[in-house]
Ligand binder design. Structure first.
Ligand code: AMP
Length: 403
């Protein structure tokens, strides 16, 4: 059922959102992008005359326990988002210090039309990550309708993102607007993308993105590879990469990828030259050398000028693009040029009518850093989930709604 078709009048709606927001030392929300992203669905539910029960995780409470082994409730409580949400929707927001159980049930039952209640962090319960049925059932009894708008965790089969959906029939569950938007934008690349279709992949590790690269070879025309991960591929081709990042246990996988691409006629572009440094620091000595002839003691920290020119040319002729991962250590000004120039080329092509999707934490961070996030077609809010979609995997949070 689509969210517009749901009958919400007078109903209680249980909505999973991704309010996993960054906090400062005093627990103030420092970036409310994720709360903002859920607002269209929240507003819709309230406008339709429902009452709303919101659940989310925040951080990794099970991994960062107090010394005595208890949950650090001071740090990880969802109470931190009550005030910011209340200000954004301009109405009071209630909070309950648990996620399931009698107290929560009583609070939920007492909710009136237009009222909003936030439950405590779903990850205070170990059962959340296990996708536990009893825990999920405990959440499901709070409401008549379930909406999942937490794209950022849709690739996890957790109790609140997937298991809970089985307790609602098809007429009473749906995606929220953010989920719809993410899925529709991913489809532009997974179903008949406009060609040439170019993938721009960077970042630190090949191992994180090898599945994505293998899948992309089946659908793209060109793959531009920059960032630290490029050096494993350059070494796999016989190049000398000095002290650049390298995953030696991935050399075979890298060779297999290059062979598959060659067989499929997909062009893989590796940076012809690199900006190399004698230490991992912004004030390091630097020079430009061929990427396959880097001396010991030097490491590639950005793509070089020839690589930039080649990459820009491919990007400017693309009709659809996916970008994941920076081209270099963009956090250091002296090694940000490759990422910056690639970002500019992506936005220029977008202006000319190409479709561009940027997904993955660090490329989004790079784009924000360059203040160019609004100049691409779509910036995904969920790095991991978007990668899984583009890899062709089914997302448990999506399947549970469709089931
Ligand atoms: P990822 O999370 O895999 O997308 O990686 C992003 C990180 O990779 C950023 O923090 C970059 O600074 C880092 N990175 C990009 N290029 C390089 C490089 N050539 N050497 C070392 N780190 C890099």
């Amino acid at each position: 059922m689509s969210i517009e078709q749901l009958n919400l009048k007078g109903k209680k709606v249980l909505m999973r959102v991704d309010f996993n927001v960054p906090l400062d030392a005093d627990f103030n929300v420092t970036d409310d992008t994720r709360i903002q992203a859920a607002l269209p669905t929240i507003q819709h539910v309230l406008e339709q005359g429902a009452s709303l029960i919101i659940m989310s995780h925040l951080g990794r409470p099970q991994k960062k326990l107090n010394e005595d082994g208890s949950i650090n409730k001071t740090k990880f409580t969802l109470r931190h988002v009550v005030q910011p949400l209340s200000e954004l929707i301009n109405r009071p927001v209630q909070f309950v210090e648990d996620t399931v159980g009698k107290v929560v049930e009583a609070k939920a039952a007492a909710l009136q039309v237009g009222e909003v209640l936030i439950l405590e962090n779903t990850r205070f319960y170990k059962e959340e990550k296990k996708g536990d049925e009893a825990f999920a059932k405990g959440m499901s009894v709070l409401a008549d309708v379930y909406i999942n708008d937490a794209f950022g965790t849709a690739h996890r089969a957790h109790a609140s993102t997937a298991t809970v959906a089985q307790y609602f029939d098809k007429e009473n569950k749906s995606f929220g607007f953010l989920m719809n938007k993410e899925l529709n934008n991913a489809k532009k690349l997974t179903e008949n993308p406009a060609r040439p279709f170019t993938a721009i992949i960077g970042g630190a590790k090949v191992s994180d993105k090898i599945l994505l690269l293998e899948k992309l070879v089946d659908s793209v025309d060109n793959i531009l590879i920059g960032g630290g991960m490029a050096y494993t591929l350059i070494k796999a081709k016989g190049g000398q990469i000095g002290n650049s990042l390298c995953e030696d246990d991935k050399l075979d996988v890298a060779r297999a990828l290059l062979a598959k691409a060659a067989e499929k006629g997909v062009e893989i572009y590796l940076p012809e030259d690199s900006v190399v440094a004698n230490k991992f620091a912004n004030d390091a000595e630097q020079k430009v050398v061929a990427s396959d002839s880097i001396e010991e003691g030097w490491m590639g920290l950005d793509i070089g000028p020839k690589a930039v020119t080649a990459f820009v040319e491919v990007i400017r002729s693309a009709e659809s693009m996916v970008w994941n991962g920076p081209m270099g250590v963009f956090e250091m000004d002296n090694f940000a040029n490759g990422t910056k120039t690639v970002a500019e080329a992506v936005t220029e092509s977008t202006k000319d009518g190409a479709f561009s999707l940027v997904g993955g934490g660090d490329s989004v961070a790079a784009l924000n850093h360059l203040e160019k996030a609004d100049e691409v077609s779509y910036v995904s809010t969920g790095g991991g989930a978007m990668l899984k979609l583009l890899e062709g995997s089914k997302l448990p949070g999506v399947e549970a709604i469709l089931a």
